[in-house]
Design a protein around this ligand. Structure first.
Ligand code: ATP
Length: 347
């Protein structure tokens, strides 16, 4: 399925669907099911002189939650809109659920759901009426009560959409996109503007979709969201994939040295190899070779001397640290990532 609501980003010159040639012969169900949910090879899109997507290769397996990360203007939306069939590509190969979105958009529409950053649902209808209106467009839709249950809106079914909070209205968007029981759901920055508890609730909904075997492709600027939700992530910068992997291994994050942070009482000298110049907050921060033995040495020294290690913390680079390294180095702004730029996830 798909929903007909579209984003404010759509360019007026790209209504290619009106002139779309008739869909070629569809693939057999078995052939379709064996294909990845999404596959792109050498995807390129230019706008005049600007290359927004500069040769993107992606493969998203069925049932995966996949997050596209990247700074503003990196080419995420352009890529996603090409996958949805709402933008044309200049070159490259693309299949989504076995369909080419450019030439088989009508067939693809029945199998995808799209949740945009802002949609314009009718505010005076109730939640149930709204979702039913969309569900009725599909011969084989999911029962409305079931969809409302899935997104946690059962208790709000008879309330008008306009009386809902922002987070609850977003769930209505999600319910609409789910009403036709899509196989693949596109979520565009699904929790932007949410308070922390609304974000957690939205995350639960996305996790529940994965349990139903749906494939989810989301874009987000929140690294904690990608860490929590995604099976795999790809970081896009300047129209290219600069890294791909699981949230825990992206950029070889799992193999990065641990860093120990602490603050000593003034004048005390730390053990050899475990100190650093003081940061502006008065903390020392040192990358350790052997986390267990170096930490043991520090703690032993402190307990022997009765020294308090204020704010002691041991941490590995967060997904955000790695993301910033990757995106700064690929835009030429950074100090150069210590970690290799690409790491393909398991296929
Ligand atoms: P954001 O995180 O800000 O949403 P993004 O990664 O989704 O950014 P895109 O919207 O794909 O980035 O834009 C990629 C580049 O293409 C940007 O430089 C943008 O200005 C440009 N661009 C996008 N749409 C058009 C258009 N219709 N016409 C001309 N340029 C465009």
């Amino acid at each position: 399925m798909s929903i007909t609501l579209r984003s404010h980003r759509r360019s007026p010159g790209e209504t290619h669907a009106e002139h779309e040639p008739p869909d070629p012969e569809p693939l057999t169900t078995q052939a379709v099911e064996q294909q990845p949910a999404v596959c792109t090879r050498g995807l390129v899109k230019t706008y005049g002189g600007l290359t927004a997507v500069a040769g993107i290769d992606l493969e998203i397996q069925r049932g995966e939650i996949f997050a596209l990360l990247g700074p503003n203007g990196a080419g995420k939306t352009t890529t996603v809109e090409i996958l949805e069939g709402y933008r044309t590509r200049d070159s490259g190969e693309v299949t989504v659920l076995g369909f080419d979105p450019r030439h088989q958009r009508n067939s693809l529409k029945r199998h995808i759901g799209i949740v945009l950053q802002s949609t314009g649902v009718e505010p005076y209808l109730t939640v149930h009426e709204t979702v039913k209106m969309y569900a009725d467009l599909y011969p084989h839709h999911r029962p409305v009560d079931e969809v409302l249950e899935l997104v946690g809106l059962s208790a709000k079914a008879s309330e008008r959409v306009k009386s809902l909070s922002g987070g609850q209205q977003r769930r209505v968007d999600m319910a609409i996109a789910l009403s036709g029981d899509p196989e693949l759901l596109f979520l565009d920055e699904p929790t932007t503007g949410f308070d922390p508890s609304a974000r957690r609730e939205a995350w639960d909904v996305v996790k529940a979709l994965a349990q139903l075997g749906k494939t989810v492709l989301l874009t987000t600027h929140y690294m904690d969201e990608a860490q929590y939700l995604a099976d795999r992530v790809a970081v896009i910068a300047a129209g290219r994939v600069v890294a791909e992997g699981t949230p825990s291994t992206l950029g070889f994050r799992d193999r990065a040295k641990a860093r120990v942070r602490y603050r000593l009482p003034e004048g005390l000298v730390p053990p050899v190899g475990l100190g650093s110049p003081l940061g502006s907050d008065g903390f020392m921060e040192v990358a350790v070779e052997d986390t267990v033995s170096d930490l043991h040495r520090l703690l032993h020294w402190a307990s022997e001397g009765g020294v308090e290690l204020d704010g002691l913390e041991v941490r590995r680079p967060s997904l955000e640290d790695i993301y910033l390294q990757l995106t700064n180095s690929s835009s030429g702004n950074g100090t150069g990532a210590a970690t290799p730029a690409t790491e393909k996830g398991p296929r």
